[in-house]
Design a protein around this ligand. Structure first.
Ligand code: ATP
Ligand code: MG
Length: 261
């Protein structure tokens, strides 16, 4: 349903995505792994239409969304939800108002209807009694769930998650991972998830995509990935410090992050 074809993106003279291609199938859960600073968020931003790649196509059904601009992206945006890496909740607004935002922006629904829908979305993420609180009065895991409720506001076909479990304890990581599986299984939502929680992802993914050096290193079912003979792939799934991916390579990525960030 979403086909990423030969995506390139550079910032200044640094090439971040260098011909990324893969498919995220309809009603399936696709997990994306990669090194820190390797371009995962950049890729997701391109997939939601928030960033224009320099080259390549992103096909949603048969529409190339890289060719859409401004309000031309609205029909696509109504069908997708995005959980950003860094929350992106508005702290001046209550939890309920944060969840209501996409409904106010994209629909002409009556206020009473919006209130009911907000309650339903918060119920789905286990936060039904929290709508009047401010986001910064919630724990990190709860904030992620509020962001998820907001991503679900318009009953999306696809939800993109950028590190939905980063900074969370192992139990909350499992809770969020299960929530993603449930959304997929019970509601048929297509999920595309960037994560470092490799073990959790390997248990619940339909497909794994590993991004390395600006390209797709491997794409397949968890079983296919586990059986890969490529030492790079093995290092990704075991998280070993010893292997072809050196510490100096990743610390260079961190330095570059700091320079930009
Ligand atoms: N708007 C931008 N302008 C310049 N450089 C950018 C911009 N966005 C990202 N970069 C750089 O592109 C590289 C990839 O960034 P990106 O956020 O996509 O990485 P990531 O894989 O999501 O990393 P992490 O795992 O730390 O979230 C980084 O070096 C980053 O500094
Ligand atoms: Mg990122």
């Amino acid at each position: 349903m979403i086909t990423v074809k030969n995506i390139h993106k550079s910032f200044g003279n640094r090439r971040i995505l260098n011909g990324v291609s893969f498919t995220a199938e309809q009603k399936k859960v696709t997990y994306i792994f990669g090194t820190s600073g390797g371009g995962k968020s950049t890729l997701l931003k391109a997939m939601v239409g928030a960033l224009k790649p320099d080259d390549g196509q992103i096909l949603f059904h048969d529409t190339d969304i890289t060719g859409l601009h401004g309000r031309g992206l609205d029909p696509y945006r109504k069908k997708i939800g995005m959980l950003f890496q860094h929350g992106a909740l508005i702290n001046a607004l209550s939890v309920g108002e944060n969840v209501a935002l996409p409904m106010r922006w994209h629909t002409t629904l009556d206020d009473n209807i919006i209130k009911i829908m907000v309650k339903m979305k918060l119920e789905m993420v286990g936060l039904r009694d929290f709508e009047d609180l401010l986001p910064n009065h919630l724990s990190g895991g709860m904030q992620k769930r509020v962001a998820l409720a907001r991503a679900l506001a318009l009953d999306p076909e696809v939800v993109f998650f950028d590190e939905p479990t980063s900074g969370l304890d192992p139990i909350m990581t499992s809770v969020i991972t299960k929530l993603i599986s449930d959304l997929n299984r019970l509601l048929g939502i297509t999920c595309v998830v960037v994560t470092h929680a490799v073990e959790e992802a390997m248990k619940s993914a339909d497909k794994i995509v590993i991004l390395y050096m600006g390209k797709v290193l491997a794409e397949g079912t968890p079983q296919e990935i586990r059986q890969s003979a490529d030492p790079l792939v093995q290092q990704f799934i075991t998280g070993s410090p010893d292997g072809p991916i050196s510490f100096s390579a990743s610390s260079k990525d961190y330095r570059e992050d700091l320079l930009v960030g």
